[in-house]
Design a protein around this ligand. Sequence first.
Ligand SMILES: Cc1ncc(COP(=O)(O)O)c(C=O)c1O
Length: 444
Amino acid sequence: MKPETNRREFFRKAAVLTGAFSVNSLCQQVFAADLAAKSQLYKNVSPGRMAENEDFWAFIQQGYPASSSPVLNLNNGGVSPSPQLVLDAVERYNQMSNQAPSYYMWRILDQGREPLREKLALLGGCDPEELAINRNATEALNTIIYGLDLEKGDEVIGCKQDYPNMMQAWSQREQREGIVYKQISFDFPIEDDETIVNAYRQAITPRTKIIHVTHVINWVGQIMPVKKICQMAHDKGLEVIVDGAHSFGLLDFDIPDLEADYFGTSLHKYLSAPIGTGMLWVKKDKISKVWPLLCNGDPRSADIRKFETLGTRSFPLEQGIGEALNFHNGIGAKRKEERVRYLKNYWAEKALTIPGVKIHTSLKAAYSCAIAGVSVTGLTPQELGQQLLSKYKIHTTSISYGNINCVRVSPHVYTRTADLDRFVLALSRLATENGNQNIESKGA
Ligand SMILES: Cc1ncc(COP(=O)(O)O)c(C=O)c1O
């Protein structure tokens, strides 16, 4: 190998390991070293037991400015805040870019995309040649929804509890091209995979081509048996699109293990990457047949980069993903999943003891992680959400949609158990104020 090639290879590897385009400040280096030391200290403790280790999580909380926000943010499922080191990195890239935008963005930061792709692929357990970096799950999934060739009368099966942006995209194809978009409906929580798989199976007809499934249902946090749905669909010659907006960076899994054909996600949810970042995974042999959503010189190419002709966008945000990956890897994927699930169970199990409070989500590990829905007898979801905010400065999201009526609550790794105690106390007071002293509480 020539010395020049050697050097380039060295920098490429270093970039993959340290952050796609690392601009480590002293502060970041100190934090990273402390995080590594903490991890080392607990290296023999299982992720399940680590979920309760407040020493470790107190350290993680310090990494997030959001942990000291005056408003308690319990809507991390909507969009999550970034740790300080991600914010710092974006700020530096931004400062740099604004010195001479076209030079720094297109000649310098642009060089970070390939190492970043590799780094994301390490987390996704997949081939980097199957990953396109974009701005959010909507962009990723709309790329697939609009990019697949379908004929008039071809059927797509989704469910009423999928995400609106994707349902609207399918409806638009229905209106414009005459495809048939069929929606089944679930009464969550469901603690039985076969009930879910069967519902999709029964909706299949000879005209069905695609199943669209949401990995974690955003409304109530139900984890769907995606792999089983994919296996059933493939047996019948169908393709499966997976909306992983709420799973990637939270649940510890390899994307190919889902056995889907397409997977789209945001990175600004549980990964805590900069707001406005997303990712698309397409199974290698399917890339060439998907038309890019935005122009590309070779739309039938088998190169995943054809989905990245997005025009001018924020390269600082994109490169900030590398620091979010460092932070995530520093915690450890399984530890993070177990901690967030622990936090959800921590508040939900206490809430279940309050008269008049109902939990709308299964608390079994296989069926939920971060998100749970809650309601209080005597209050609409809107009233409950509004009173949590105005009286207790607790931000949640209120849902009245079809058969779902609850307030959605989603903590993150930076949420303290003391914050959740405050939330449970607020629930208890609101329940009492609304005459629930003698009413039984109800679990999912
Ligand atoms: C299940 C699901 N899919 C997709 C999205 C869209 O994400 P984004 O707004 O980042 O495109 C969301 C957003 O909350 C979601 O909950």
